[in-house]
Design a binder for this molecule. Structure first.
Ligand code: IPM
Ligand code: MG
Length: 372
């Protein structure tokens, strides 16, 4: 029996293009693994009313980890309108399957390295090496939302928060509420993983990026827990910043920062900004990591207009494969893959259009595989 069972979930649009690229590299790496295909994406929403069918969840339970491509997401009403007629009007609600997977499998770390590889013409600076730890299961993406807000919920809020008084006159259909839910456990574990990573990889600082001066309770909890955890890591300094100032400083002095830890939505936003500093989403990979399962993905979306054209940069996906190898403990293979990626970037011969070249997605993957 192979050592690993790895699910491949290409999903929608260019998810398929970059998954093909990943397979070229995986073939060359020759892990002791069995690869299984899993259904996920818009097609399954349209035809089955669920973008994440139960059979996929069951299959993932039997896997070591998974590689995911990309998913098309649309707002509530558009999603409903695209269902096959027999599924319409049944109250089916579309929720992003990747967000659901993160919550379902308690993949509480979203690890997003943003490193400038030498020779990448898209680098903002060449000395950037940031690693973002985004909390991945709670915060504003908890899914506890109301529109309209039920009277009972409103009454409880009014009874317990004087700040609600300002909204007392707002009509029912004119009020929407999305809850930003933080738990002490959620804050502790993401901060601890960030510190452990900093220590293991020789980074001297961890910056907790929040907004405790305004969002006192949730951001406040994160920062207070960060201070407690920092005490266990005397070699790593804790820096505290507000998210608005942090994005400005990331544009001004990105080389000053190393490990950043933050909540779900701030991490979503800050990681896109950080990705752009090192070449854009074509270079941004993510590890959704829990205690015993993980899903690796490029951070980019499904880019429907490029689907099937094998035009997009597969580097983000190949870097996601590298993160997967790290997580599996296949350190040598991970390092070899990173060197091969860095080599192709530095050589500058095989490049997709975003880097000013005309190579295809698969040609880039082949060039990386040849260096392995
Ligand atoms: C990301 C994406 C997802 C997110 C979307 C597609 C739900 O933006 O991985 O950063 O918001 O987490
Ligand atoms: Mg995002």
């Amino acid at each position: 029996m192979p050592k690993y069972r790895i699910a491949l979930m290409p999903g929608d649009g260019i998810g398929n293009d970059v998954m093909d690229a990943a397979q070229i590299v995986l073939d060359k790496i020759a892990l002791d693994a069995e690869y299984v295909h899993a259904d996920i994406g818009w097609e399954f929403w349209r035809t089955e009313g669920d973008a994440l069918p139960q059979r996929t969840v069951d299959l993932l339970k039997g896997c070591t980890c998974a590689l995911f491509g990309a998913i098309t997401s649309k707002p509530k009403d558009e999603a409903e309108a695209e269902l096959i007629p027999e599924l319409r009007g049944k109250g089916l609600v579309y929720r992003s399957p990747i967000v659901r997977l993160r919550q379902l499998f308690d993949l509480y770390v979203n690890l997003r390295p943003c490193k400038a590889y030498p020779g990448n013409p898209l680098n903002y600076r060449d000395d950037i090496d940031l690693v973002i730890f985004r909390e991945n299961t709670e915060g504003l993406y908890s899914g506890v939302e109301f529109h309209p807000v039920p009277q009972a919920v409103r009454e409880v809020l009014e009874a317990h928060s004087p700040a609600m008084a300002r909204f007392a006159d707002v009509a029912e259909e004119d009020l929407a509420i999305s809850c930003r839910i933080f738990t002490r456990r959620g804050c502790r574990r993401i901060v601890r993983r960030a510190f452990e990573y900093a220590q293991a990889h020789g980074y001297s600082t961890v910056t907790v990026v929040e907004k405790p001066n305004v969002i006192r309770e949730t951001s406040g909890l994160m920062v207070r827990e960060a201070r407690r955890i920092a005490a266990d890591f005397p070699d790593v300094e804790l820096w505290e910043t507000n998210v608005d100032a942090q994005v400005m400083w990331l544009v001004k002095n990105p080389q000053d920062y190393s490990v950043l830890v933050t909540s779900n939505m701030f991490g979503d936003i800050v990681s896109d900004l950080a990705a752009q500093l090192v070449g854009g989403l074509g270079f941004a990979s993510s590890g959704n990591i829990g205690d015993d399962f993980a899903i690796f993905e490029p951070t980019h979306g499904s880019a429907p207009k490029y689907a099937g054209q094998y035009k997009v940069n597969p580097m983000a996906m190949l870097l996601a494969v590298k993160l997967m190898l790290d997580w599996l403990g296949e350190r040598e293979k991970a390092q070899a893959l990173e060197s091969a990626i860095a080599g192709v970037i530095a050589e500058g011969k095989v490049r997709t259009y975003d880097m000013g070249g005309s190579s295809t997605t698969l040609e880039v993957a082949q060039a990386v595989a040849e260096r392995l």
